[in-house]
Design a protein around this ligand. Structure first.
Ligand code: ADP
Ligand code: ZN
Length: 790
């Protein structure tokens, strides 16, 4: 038997090794092994077992590491798909599927030190007084504990002590709620689909090379399962989506399968976790609920992960990377707030957890439920095309009305007041009213700091970051100028720094949350105002504490960035104010309208979740923009219709798929020339310049570079790469300077590729990447399905 192994040192290859007879029983797909590699020994992961190798003189595996293989065959297959689709190495993909705490095993199980009194041989040696005292205590205790053991009251033995991040929280069990008709209909569909899933589709395949690659973009007809298994649950905020998740999970558990619930990091509040724990902490379906997110300690993450791997926790709730949790068999994946951009990982592998969820569901025969009040255009488009089934909950569960949204035209306000006020007359009145009625207010501005920029009205000087092409933000509480891209800091000057000017009347333009807070305390001196943004959160539990104070009524007005926009439920909030709604419209991004619509809808969803009806005041300089108007009317369908038309015209996602190629380096000229070069190479492959296809074939006979490579074959691609000319709809845009031309001292140029057939494009791109020669100080990043275009 021969094991095919990927090594942890990043080489886009796999290597064949012999399995020595004594290790044969322990080596399977997913096993971690130590192997010789040249003069070194390196760690790797077995990705396949094969009978024969095209190579001779194979070296043998040295050692099996860890008792239980960490990567299950299904997860391994998923990692391969990620490498293929997101154009990264298998090693990089494998790294992201295991938490570092598990991969490195450094955290390990927590062991405590126990002191045990040993049987005395002869007399007690001479002890100091202190030693004697401790010895006496041990003796005394030992006697007493042993007596208790004799009585059958205690047992004594060694034990691993497991870390539980939620230990010490009292959780009251909850029962399933009686669903309303809309909820019941939606749940019914999901349950039917869970019932109809074949026994673990993933098990049927062996994970050998050359197999069919699942692809979120391919037609469902190619996929192994029958009934539609991806649902888009479009329900307004408060429509009872979470209750549906809970009851669908119960159904999966009944069938002996587990579930993964993804929520955006920001809404992984104790509140959310508790709702899941409370439902499954007792009763016939009782199981542990494991939690995975970035605020756990390495040790906690290690223990939570192993609870899942050992099958003790069958429900996992977590942020993006929890999609790789080793739940097996898996019956259901829920992606809550599926439109959230934080599901996209912004470093390699640049995967989107929602899309990985869909692919994993297909591979393992699990039902996938994507939930949102403001679905992404991608998901809604898929639902329109019949790839996903659409479930809708247009009403709040308690039948409360949607909040009344008023849009204030700030251009008129500016005319009235000579200069732009932060608060319109209307917003001030509404806040006053809430303070009188002892109700609470949330004010939202998605920009932290005090002023956006430092400007000299006389000479036009603007303080800019020396490393990035952005203006520095003024933070008044610290009296500093800060760069929000690279964290560069400088003293805030009192005079214009321009030597010829030296104007003392230097001005701070624009506004941030700090200034909103400041102005509020002046306007409403008696109100208790708190700010919540990443500047205000200094210590680990600040977030929890501020929210706790708000909940218990110790704060009247909470000012914040998007941090307060999501998933929080405060019954006493009856007014939500959006200070500057157009802010997100002015981004150089084709999704600017979509983002604005989502943000306004989500923020409005915070109002009126209690007895009193909620109101929302939206301040805007472009009050008639469709994103603002459709949000005002809570009209998702209307927004979708006009937005998809715009995407269709320009062939932007979801009508096509995009890959963003970013070149970066410190020398602008070199970066620009390299970008031109990349474009030419892609054009050649696309058959639009001189033909140069089939390079790959000549390369597969690539000479072995190191004596250590006793065996090798290209891991990429598994099948012959299609030439780009097989993509007649390929659009190559750019190169152009990135919207943020310079970031952290690097200049960046971009190309955007668009096609309907991304998996084909990815495979060809991998090919281009390997053959491309770029200057050493210029690097190229590929982002498939990018969400951040800056
Ligand atoms: P969403 O996840 O869509 O925002 P939630 O599941 O949080 O909505 O539900 C909003 C509120 O309505 C919660 O307080 C929840 O307990 C309540 N709720 C949900 N479904 C029902 C139901 N069928 N009957 C009564 N209350 C419900
Ligand atoms: Zn900077």
């Amino acid at each position: 038997m021969i094991a095919r192994v990927t090594l942890e040192i990043a080489l886009r290859k796999e290597f064949d090794y012999l399995i020595p007879p004594e290790l044969r029983a322990q080596v399977e797909v997913g096993t971690r092994v130590k192997v010789p590699f040249g003069p070194r020994q390196v760690m790797g992961c077995v990705t396949a077992l094969v009978e024969e190798s095209p190579h001779t003189n194979l070296r043998a595996i040295l050692k099996v590491v860890g008792a239980q293989s960490l990567v299950t065959p299904s997860i391994l297959k998923l990692a391969r798909w990620i490498a293929d689709y997101y154009c990264c190495s298998v090693e990089a993909a494998l790294k992201s599927v295991l938490p570092e705490a598990v991969r490195k095993e450094k955290a390990g199980w927590r062991e405590r030190l126990f002191a045990r009194a040993l049987p005395l041989a002869g007399d007690l040696p001479r002890l100091t007084r202190r030693q004697q005292e401790v010895w006496n205590v041990i003796e005394e205790w030992r006697e007493t504990v042993r007596k208790l053991e004799d009585k059958g009251l205690v047992s004594i033995g060694p034990q691993i002590s497991e870390r539980d991040p939620y230990a010490g929280e009292l959780i009251l069990p909850t029962q399933p709620l009686a669903l309303n008709a809309e909820q019941a209909a939606a749940l019914q569909k999901i349950i039917e689909s869970i019932d109809a899933q074949p026994e673990k589709a993933g098990k049927r395949e062996s994970g050998k090379a050359g197999e069919q690659v699942c692809d979120a973009s391919s037609s469902p007809a190619r996929l192994p399962t029958g009934p539609p298994a991806v649902f888009l649950l479009h329900g307004v905020t408060g429509s009872g989506k979470t209750e549906i998740y809970l009851q669908a999970i119960a159904c999966a558990l009944q069938q002996g399968r587990g579930a993964i619930v993804l929520v955006p990091e920001i809404s992984l509040t104790p509140q959310t976790v508790e709702r899941f724990k409370a439902r499954f902490c007792s009763g016939p379906l009782q199981t542990l609920v494991a939690v995975l997110h970035s605020h756990l300690s390495a040790g906690e993450r290690h223990d939570e992960w192993h609870k899942i791997r050992q099958g003790r926790a069958r429900i996992v709730i977590g942020a993006r990377s929890a999609i790789f949790a080793p739940v097996d068999p898996l019956g259901l994946i829920v992606v809550d707030e599926e439109h959230e951009y934080s599901y996209k990982q912004e470093e390699a592998p640049r995967y989107h957890a929602r899309d990985v969820a869909v692919v994993r569901g297909q591979m393992e025969g699990a039902v996938v439920v994507l939930g949102s009040a403001t679905p992404s255009l991608e998901s809604f488009h898929n639902a329109q095309k019949g790839k996903y089934s659409l479930l809708q909950l247009p009403h709040r569960a308690d039948d409360r009305k949607m909040p009344l949204v008023r849009v204030i035209d700030m251009r008129q306000e500016s005319r009235k007041e000579k200069g732009t006020p932060i608060f319109s007359q209307k917003l001030k009145e509404e806040i006053t009213l809430r303070l009188e009625r002892r109700e609470q207010v949330m004010l939202f501005l998605n920009r932290r700091g005090y002023a956006t920029s430092l400007q000299c009205p006389k000479c036009g000087f603007v303080a800019e970051c020396p490393n990035c092409s952005v203006a520095l933000t003024y933070h008044r509480s610290r009296q500093r100028l800060l760069c929000h891209i690279c964290a560069y800091e400088a003293q805030a000057p009192t005079l214009c720094p321009n030597g010829k000017c030296r104007n003392p009347a230097i001005r701070y333009a624009g506004l941030g949350t700090e200034k909103v807070e400041d102005t509020l305390t002046k306007l409403f001196p008696r109100a208790r105002v708190r700010r919540m943004d990443s500047d205000a959160l200094k210590r680990k539990d600040d977030y929890r504490r501020i929210l706790g104070d708000f909940r218990t009524g110790k704060i009247d007005i909470l000012v914040g960035t998007q941090m307060i926009a999501k998933g929080l439920h405060f019954p006493n909030v009856t007014l939500v104010g959006i200070i500057y709604a157009d802010l997100s419209l002015h981004q150089p991004d084709f999704r600017a309208g979509e983002r604005t619509f989502q943000l306004l809808t989500q923020v409005s969803g915070r109002a009126g979740r209690g007895e009193v009806e909620g109101e929302v005041v939206v301040q805007a300089f472009t009050p008639f923009h469709p994103a603002i108007q459709y949000a005002r009317r809570h009209d998702f369908a209307g927004f979708y219709e006009q937005e998809i038309e715009f995407r269709e015209q320009l062939k932007y996602p979801p009508v096509s798929r995009a890959a963003l190629l970013t070149l970066k380096g410190r020398n602008e000229e070199k970066v620009r020339l390299s970008a031109d070069h990349v474009r030419k190479e892609i054009e050649k492959l696309a058959g639009r310049g001189s033909q140069k296809v089939g390079k790959r074939e000549s390369e597969s006979a690539e000479p072995v570079k190191s004596g250590a490579m006793s065996a090798h074959f290209p891991a990429f691609p598994l099948s012959q790469p299609p030439a780009l000319h097989a993509l007649p709809d390929l659009i190559i845009a750019g190169p152009a300077p990135a919207p943020l031309l310079r970031a952290e001292t690097y200049y960046r140029y971009q190309l955007m590729l668009r096609t309907r057939q991304m998996s084909k494009l990815s495979r060809s791109l991998a090919n281009v990447l390997e053959t491309l020669s770029l200057p050493e100080d210029v690097s190229l990043m590929v982002d498939v399905d990018p969400v951040n275009l800056a």
